[in-house]
Design a protein around this ligand. Structure first.
Ligand SMILES: [Zn+2]
Length: 502
């Protein structure tokens, strides 16, 4: 089958080469031989020379990374048609994209003036408005102050049955792992703790939990499965917190929506996909996104959500080690991704899979890498729209429902890879919601509904409050959980009853 590849990639590389030159030297663009520029682009170590003074990946873990003078800038092209070229330019300039929706892109720039100059020269007509003049002063200083003031008033054990207390704070890695272990131990009737499903570069454990009502489990009629993960990007702390919120309610709630679901399904949850990165976001760099892959020259990290073997490197991923979207040396190269894939492969009956991210308030379905719809576009869009309505009904928040590619083209994501995994319908033999459809339409395989949810804040809420983005106030943890949990329950139930077949 012919697939429409994203055609602007090659065209945008011309703008890239020119822009790289201006950022290195600030002049002599036209005099620079193309071959020399090409060499710079392909030379990994050159990245740091033109990465707009990025401090990322260059400190040891005992130091805090600062962003003095960095700005958050909103970029709005005059023509929507320029958006793909803008994204390609930002990618190749190693600019950290925070949010992209509705034709505008919010980025962190080490030097907003230089960024604006580059845009004026190579993509004229892009309006640039500074939203936060100094990221360090306005966002990170208050954040680190709060972290330093944070005192554990209660032990993790004491908070296990006190969700108001637990969800009043973000928690660091050790606390979260302890909390999940205690939760599993206290709810053995519903939770099986899966230890060491993988090991990270820094030797940390990847943990998973399997939720189901054990007393309703029948070995001859295995249950369908739902897969959830959170925290693939370290700095998106609300994703880690929301994963805990979902887990807590699956473990403890007597609500019939949840108990009936657990009677029929196994929910496998990986609460912290990127523990190395998350730990580092607490001790070193609050804006760290990737894992902590290192070599003799230092830590650079791989964007785990650009590393899955699904159209790896085809769009919206960087070849440069220091880029926030570095795709890694090869597809599936990272131990975290390998472990997650092995776990997923061990679950033959997954009818829905979900990845929790922040921010932008969006519910996103495949594909991420091509403009061509999947064959399941109507079902996926309807699912996203319904979740969006449920979320809005709770606290009035608007979550956009669209394809991943509509956010911006990217590739090798977990969400796309899950959708790629078609399994024989026979795996689900005897389960309602499949047999009738299967008989009439001669379908033979099913795929998981696959979604990414970008949590709060929205672009608008972020800047109306003076800037937050990834630094979402801890008082939002419970409201976000309250709006996402019912959407998740709807998602699982609908996938269970309407398996995505073909
Ligand atoms: Zn993310």
């Amino acid at each position: 089958m012919m697939t429409k590849r994203i055609g602007w990639l090659a065209a945008a590389s011309v703008a890239l080469l020119a822009a790289v030159a201006v950022l290195i030297g600030g002049h002599a663009v036209h005099a620079a031989p193309a071959a020399a520029l090409q060499a710079l682009v392909l030379n990994d170590d050159a990245t740091t020379q033109w990465a707009m003074h990025s401090t990322k990946g260059r400190t040891n873990s005992h130091q805090r990374v600062h962003y003095h003078g960095h700005s958050l800038v909103r970029l709005t092209p005059a023509r929507a048609a320029d958006l793909p070229a803008l994204h390609q330019l930002l990618l190749d300039l190693n600019i950290d994209v925070w949010s992209a929706l509705r034709g505008q892109v919010d980025v962190r720039a080490a030097d907003a003036h230089v960024l604006k100059q580059a845009l004026d020269r190579y993509l004229p007509g892009v309006r640039a408005r500074t939203l936060v003049a100094d990221v360090e002063k306005q966002l990170l200083e208050p954040h680190w102050h709060a972290i330093d003031e944070r005192v554990a008033v209660k032990s993790v054990a004491a908070q296990l049955h006190d969700p108001k207390s637990w969800f009043a704070e973000y928690h660091h890695l050790d606390e979260i792992y302890e909390w999940y272990q205690l939760l599993a131990a206290a709810h053995k009737d519903r939770i099986t703790l899966m230890r060491n499903v993988g090991t990270t570069h820094e030797g940390r454990e990847l943990m998973a939990l399997r939720f189901t009502n054990h007393s309703s489990t029948n070995v001859t009629l295995p249950k369908k499965q739902v897969y959830v993960q959170g925290g693939i990007h370290a700095r998106e702390w609300i994703a880690h917190a929301t994963t805990q919120y979902i887990a807590y309610h699956l473990a403890t709630s007597d609500d019939q929506t949840i108990t009936s679901l657990l009677d029929e399904v196994e929910i496998v949850l990986v609460p912290i996909v990127n523990p190395d990165g998350y730990a580092y976001s607490w001790t070193g760099d609050r804006l760290w996104r990737k894992n902590r892959r290192a070599d003799a020259r230092g830590v650079f990290g791989v964007d785990l959500n650009r590393n899955y073997p699904s159209h790896w490197g085809e769009a919206g991923a960087s070849k440069f080690r220091f880029s926030d979207t570095y795709m890694g040396p090869s597809p599936g190269s990272e131990p975290e991704v390998q472990a997650l894939m092995a776990l997923f492969d061990s679950l033959p009956r997954v009818v829905a899979a979900l990845d929790l991210h922040a921010f932008s308030q969006a519910i996103l379905h495949p594909p991420s890498w091509t403009l061509t719809d999947t064959v399941h576009e109507p079902q996926l869009k309807a699912m996203g729209d319904a979740m969006s309505q449920i979320i809005k009904s709770v606290h009035g928040k608007d979550y956009v429902s669209e394809r991943l590619v509509d956010l911006y083209p990217h590739s090798a994501t977990g969400t796309d890879w899950w959708y790629d995994q078609s399994r024989p319908l026979d795996n689900l033999a005897g389960k309602r919601g499949v047999d009738a459809m299967n008989m009439s339409a001669r379908k033979t395989v099913f795929r998981p509904y696959s979604f990414t949810i970008e949590l709060r804040p929205s672009q608008e809420d972020t800047w109306q409050t003076g800037g937050s983005g990834f630094i979402l106030d801890k008082r939002e943890i419970i409201p976000v959980g309250e709006e996402i949990l019912p959407a998740f329950l709807y998602y699982a139930r609908t996938a269970l009853d309407n398996v995505l077949i073909e």
